[in-house]
Design a protein around this ligand. Sequence first.
Ligand code: FAD
Ligand code: UDP
Length: 394
Amino acid sequence: VLNGAAILIVGAGFYGATLAERIATKLGRRVLVIDKRPHIGGNAYTEPDPTTGVEIHRYGPHLFHTSNEEVWRYLRNFTDFSAYRHRAFSTHRDQVYPLPINLATICQFFGRRFSPDEARAMIAEQSSELGDRLPSNLEEKAISLVGRRLYEAFIKGYTAKQWQTDPRELPAQVITRLPVRYNFEDGYFNDRFQGQPLDGYTAIFEKMLAHDLIETRLGVDFFDIRNLLPEGVPVVYTGPIDRYFDYAEGELGWRTIDIELEIMDTPDYQGTSIMNYADEAVPYTRVLEFRHFNPERQHTSGKTLIGREFSRFARRVDEPYYPIDTRRDQATYGRYVARMGREKNIHFGGRLGTYRYLDMHQAIGSALKAFETVFEPYFEGRLDSVSRNAGATG
Ligand code: FAD
Ligand code: UDP
């Protein structure tokens, strides 16, 4: 099965591809990468749409951003980046506001001019309903950040559509992904390094996996070949952790997204790449217009491709996108971590393997770290197993 490979990597997403590339390039070992999908790239996979020529992000919009210089330097071995800096907007009651919530959003929403100090004082007043209590869930955290009125306009309805879970059951950190700014800075991310890969995301994976010592087999499910593996061969598993243990400790909760694609007969449908819809009356969470992720490209078809995003609970057959991570999920995951610790020579990593909402730069960063702390020592004979996994070590 292994065809001479010294290690099997399950999953050709950023976690698996980074480890495969490092092990082949730095350690000169043969690597077999499998993925059950018919393509490489995991959820970051992109491809050209045949009608419009626009690059589609098949599993949802991907925007690269990081402040981790090591990750930035590493990725630039495989791609150049455009100057794209993401800006987002939210439609609420037929008005368009800039996101993340910043001074322009505040002035527009309350219908008057605020200085940064005035806006801070007004929001502090509105968020004082929590008293001395530390926010312990998404709703409390959001109110502590922006006060109840902005919470109800921009966060409550969107979050209800996105999670269909009581916001008091959701972890506070979900909302801290969205910065709040008391100035007119309207870039979506604060990170130092940002941009879109010039030739698309899939081209990055093609380069990463192009090494002579890496063999990639697509359309292969780990669970179909698991019993054929020789004893003791090291395995990296980046699939869902509950599936690995045959759901023995129960299922972990995930959200999935359905993207309804439509070609519109105009070169520009909404003037921006992502328009969020804050109100519950609109059934989708946001509308993507893919061409705007690549303003540096010539799009000459006269048409544009859009996607409406609908969020729902994932069943076993669906693509797991967002870990819901309620308290119950956290307890279930804890029991899987205990099981991981008892497995021999298998390393669990990535978003699905550690049940964490990792951005791309975090998936790459954690793979680079695992390479240094686990795989390099293992192949140099200083460690007897690759089992130390990202899930257990954080
Ligand atoms: P994945 O990319 O999920 O790769 C895992 C791979 O394992 C998959 O290809 C899967 O097919 C394979 N696999 C699973 N089970 C098996 C099996 N049994 N046998 C064989 N193969 C298997 N990050 C950002 O930085 N910016 C963004 O804007 C952004 N937007 C996102 C939007 C959406 C809708 C989603 C879902 C994610 C977004 N991300 C974003 C996160 C990004 O997708 C992840 O950080 C990245 O994909 C993680 O890489 P990974 O290798 O851990 O997992
Ligand atoms: N969110 C919101 N309103 C918005 C955008 C985001 O309430 O207009 C909340 C929502 O709960 C979401 C979280 O902030 O899950 C994180 O948003 P982000 O844009 O990071 O979501 P992603 O890109 O991961 O879908």
